[in-house]
Design a protein around this ligand. Structure first.
Ligand code: GTP
Ligand code: SPV
Ligand code: MN
Length: 609
C-alpha cells in the first residue's frame, strides 16, 4: 500500500490549511496510530484500502460477475444499529440539549473522551477523510473532516460523501470545517491479531453543538461511525441551521412529473426504516406519471431570493435498508446496488452474492447468515439482520434526477410527514396551513423498527422524524420551523401533508398496497397543490373527497378505502389526549402556537362528536 505513509506525524499533508494540519497532528498525538493516511478519494486508494480490509477479513469481495466492485461485511453482533442511549448532545447548558437528548457537562465529557481516545488507534492506520456535505461549491453545502481508524468507514465515506482531494481543495488554506473524530476503540498491541469487525462494548457518540465537534467511540456501524451522515448533516447541521435560518432535516427529496409534464418537488420525513428510500425511488403504478430521485435520507433546505424553499441532498450515496427490497417493491434500489456497493449484515449466498429476507420468495440453499454461520431456514431466524444495509453511489440510481447535484437545490412544493401507524392515522391528510403542518410534524409517532435499539413495534413520538437527530432543544426546533414559516410569503410556502402507508386491517395485514401505489397519494397531493383535487375537512386536516384519490385498477374494497380515509372522532380524541403529556416535557420551550393548535384540534373534535 504505497499510498499509505508509515510514520505518524510525518505523513505529508496534502493541504496548506494550517488549522487542519495542527488538528490532525493533535489527534494523532492523542490517539497514537501506527500510520496516518490523508485520503485523496481516488480509485487506487479505494482499491488499496479494500485489499487491506479483505486481508483482515472485514470485507469479502462478492462474485465479480454477479456483483462487480462490491463487497460484503458482517459486523460484530453487538454493533448493528445506531445507539441512541449512547448518543450525547453536550451543550454548555443542559436545557439547550432539551428533554429528548442525552446530555453531559461538556468539561466532564472532554475529560472522559481524553481518557478514552488516549492511544485508541494504536497499531492502526489513521485515515484523514475530508468531505463535502452537498455538491462541491454549492452555497448550501458544508465541509467536514473525519479522522477514523476504520478502513471500512473510509471506504463507506467515499461512497456516501464527496470525499478526498476535491473536498480538501474546497477547504483551501483556511476554510471552515466540522472536525469529527471516530475510533473503533480497539487498539492493537504489538503482535496482537486483529478481528474482522473491531469495536468496543462501550460506545460514545458525542456532539458539542456550540463548537461544532463530533467524537465517536466504540462502533464501526452506520450512523454511529459515518460521521458526515446523522452526526454532522443532522445533529450539528440542525444547530447551524437554527443559527443561520435554514433547515437540516431527516427527509427524502423526490421529483414527480404528471402526464402533462408538470413537475413537483417533494420532501418527506419518515422515521428510520419507515419508507424514505422506497418513496424516493418509487416506480409509479399510474400510467404517464414519472418519479425521480434526489435524495433518500437527508435534506438541507434554505429560502431562496425568490422566496421559495430550496433543498439539496447533502449525501452522495444511499445507506439503505436491505430487507424488504425486491424487484416488486423497489426495482430502482436493486438496479442502484448492482455494482460498486458495500453490503453489511445481509446473508451471503453459496455463489458469492448477497441475499436478504424479501429479496426473493425462494430462500437460496447453502447460505451463510449475517452471524457467519450456515443459515437454517427451519430455525425461524432471519438470514439477514433486519437492519442490514447497502451503501451505494446515488449516481447509479436509474431514476436519479438530472438536477440532483444542482448547487442551488430544487424548489420544494410539498413537505410530507409520516410514520408507521397500524391504526387511527389516515392514508393522507393535508394541513390547513403551515402552522397546522408544524403541529402535525411535532406530533409524529411511529412504531419502533430495527434501525435503533428501541423496542420494535412499540409506539413512540418521533417529531419530524428527528427525535434521534435534533442537535438542540426540540421545543426550540419547533419554534424555528414556526418562525421560518411566519417570515415567508404564504403563497410560496410548500404545502404540508401527513401520510401513513402502514394502516392495518382486522386481519393484521397492511390495507394499503404501498410502494409504487404510493404514487396515487402523491398524485392527489400534486393535484391539491394545483387546486385540482377535492378534499373534505375533518378535525385533523383535509382528506381526499369521495372519488378524489385515484384507486383505479386497485383491488381495494369500499370498506378498505373507508378505513384508509376515516377520521374516527373517538379514536382521535384519545390520540389528541396523548399529546399534552408529550408537550409538557418541553416546558416553556414549547411554542404557545402549538398549544393553541392542540386546543383547536380538541375543539374541532368536540364539535363532531
Ligand atoms: P432509514 O434509512 O432508516 O432512515 O429508513 P427509510 O425511511 O429510508 O426506510 P426504507 O425506505 O428503507 O424502508 C424500510 C422498510 O419499510 C422496508 O422494510 C420497506 O420494505 C418498508 N416499506 C417502505 N415503503 C413501504 C410501503 O409503502 N408499504 C409498506 N408496507 N412497507 C414499506
Ligand atoms: C437511520 O437510522 O435513520 C439511517 C441509518 O438512515 S444510520 O445511518 O445508521 O443512522
Ligand atoms: Mn435515516
Amino acid at each position: 500500500m504505497a499510498s499509505i505513509s508509515t510514520i505518524a506525524g510525518l505523513a505529508p499533508a496534502p493541504t496548506r490549511h494550517a488549522g487542519l494540519i495542527a488538528w490532525v497532528e493533535q489527534i494523532a498525538a492523542l490517539t497514537k496510530p501506527a500510520r496516518v493516511h490523508w485520503c485523496d478519494g481516488s480509485e487506487a486508494e479505494k482499491a488499496a484500502i479494500v485489499a487491506d480490509l479483505i486481508d483482515k477479513g472485514t470485507l469479502k469481495a462478492l462474485d465479480a460477475d454477479k456483483r462487480p466492485g462490491s463487497y460484503y461485511a458482517a459486523s460484530d453482533p453487538k454493533d448493528v444499529a445506531r445507539v441512541e442511549s449512547r448518543t450525547f448532545i453536550c451543550s454548555a447548558e443542559e436545557i439547550d440539549a432539551g428533554p429528548t437528548n442525552n446530555w453531559a457537562e461538556p468539561g466532564e465529557m472532554r475529560t472522559r473522551l481524553d481518557g478514552l481516545f488516549d492511544g485508541c488507534m494504536a497499531g492502526r492506520t489513521m485515515y484523514v477523510v475530508a468531505f463535502s456535505m452537498g455538491p462541491l461549491g454549492s452555497e448550501l453545502s458544508a465541509l467536514g473532516v473525519e479522522i477514523t481508524d476504520s478502513g471500512y468507514v473510509a471506504v463507506s465515506m467515499g461512497i456516501m460523501t464527496r470525499m478526498g482531494s476535491a473536498a480538501l481543495e474546497a477547504l483551501g488554506d483556511d476554510g471552515v470545517f466540522v472536525p469529527a473524530v471516530h475510533t473503533l476503540g480497539a487498539p492493537l498491541i504489538e503482535g496482537q491479531a486483529d478481528v474482522a469487525w473491531p469495536c468496543n462494548a462501550e460506545k460514545w457518540i458525542v456532539h458539542f453543538p456550540e463548537t461544532r465537534e463530533i467524537w465517536s467511540y466504540g462502533s464501526g456501524y452506520g450512523g454511529n461511525a459515518l460521521l458526515g451522515k446523522k452526526c454532522y448533516a443532522l445533529r450539528i447541521a440542525s444547530v447551524m441551521a437554527r443559527d443561520e435560518g435554514w433547515l437540516a432535516e431527516h427527509m427524502l427529496i423526490l421529483k414527480l412529473t404528471d402526464p402533462k409534464g408538470r413537475s413537483k418537488y417533494m420532501a418527506a420525513a419518515f422515521p428510520s426504516a419507515c419508507g424514505k428510500t422506497n418513496l424516493a425511488m418509487l416506480q409509479p403504478t399510474l400510467p404517464g406519471w414519472k418519479a425521480e430521485t434526489i435524495g433518500d435520507d437527508i435534506a438541507w433546505m434554505r429560502f431562496g431570493d425568490d422566496g421559495r424553499l430550496y433543498a439539496v441532498n447533502p449525501e452522495a450515496g444511499f445507506f439503505g435498508v436491505a430487507p424488504g427490497t425486491s424487484r416488486n417493491t423497489n426495482q430502482n434500489a436493486l438496479a442502484t446496488l448492482a455494482t460498486n456497493t458495500v453490503f453489511t449484515n445481509t446473508a451471503l449466498t453459496a455463489d458469492g452474492d448477497v441475499w436478504w429476507e424479501g429479496l426473493t420468495k425462494d430462500v437460496p440453499a447453502g447460505m451463510t447468515n449475517w452471524k457467519g454461520v450456515a443459515h437454517d431456514p427451519a430455525s425461524g431466524e432471519p438470514a439477514a439482520h433486519p437492519n442490514a444495509r447497502f451503501a451505494a453511489p446515488a449516481s447509479q440510481c436509474p431514476t436519479i434526477a438530472p438536477e440532483w447535484e444542482d448547487p442551488k437545490g430544487v424548489p420544494i412544493d410539498a413537505i410530507l410527514f409520516g410514520g408507521r401507524r397500524a391504526s387511527a392515522v389516515p392514508l393522507v391528510t393535508e394541513a390547513f396551513d403551515w402552522e397546522h403542518g408544524v403541529f402535525m410534524g411535532s406530533t409524529v409517532a411511529s412504531e419502533g423498527t430495527a434501525a435503533a435499539e428501541n423496542a420494535i413495534g412499540e409506539l413512540r413520538r418521533d417529531p419530524f422524524a428527528m427525535l434521534p437527530f435534533c442537535g438542540y432543544n426540540m421545543g426550540d426546533y419547533f419554534a424555528h420551523w414556526l418562525a421560518l414559516g411566519a417570515k415567508a410569503d404564504p403563497a410560496k410556502l410548500p404545502g404540508i401533508f401527513f401520510v401513513n402507508w402502514f394502516r392495518k386491517g382486522e386481519d393484521g395485514t397492511f390495507v394499503w398496497p404501498g410502494f409504487g401505489d404510493n404514487a396515487r397519494v402523491l398524485k392527489w397531493i400534486a393535484e391539491r397543490l394545483d387546486g385540482e383535487a377535492d378534499a373534505v375537512d375533518t378535525p385533523v386536516g383535509r382528506v381526499p373527497a369521495q372519488g378524489a384519490l385515484d384507486v383505479e385498477g386497485l383491488s381495494l374494497s369500499e370498506a378498505d378505502l373507508a378505513t384508509l380515509l376515516e377520521v374516527d372522532a373517538e379514536v382521535w380524541t384519545e390520540e389528541a389526549g396523548l399529546i399534552p403529556p408529550f408537550y409538557v416535557r418541553f416546558g416553556d420551550r414549547l411554542p404557545q402556537a402549538l398549544w393553541a393548535q392542540h386546543a383547536a384540534l380538541t375543539e374541532r373534535l368536540a364539535a363532531v362528536r
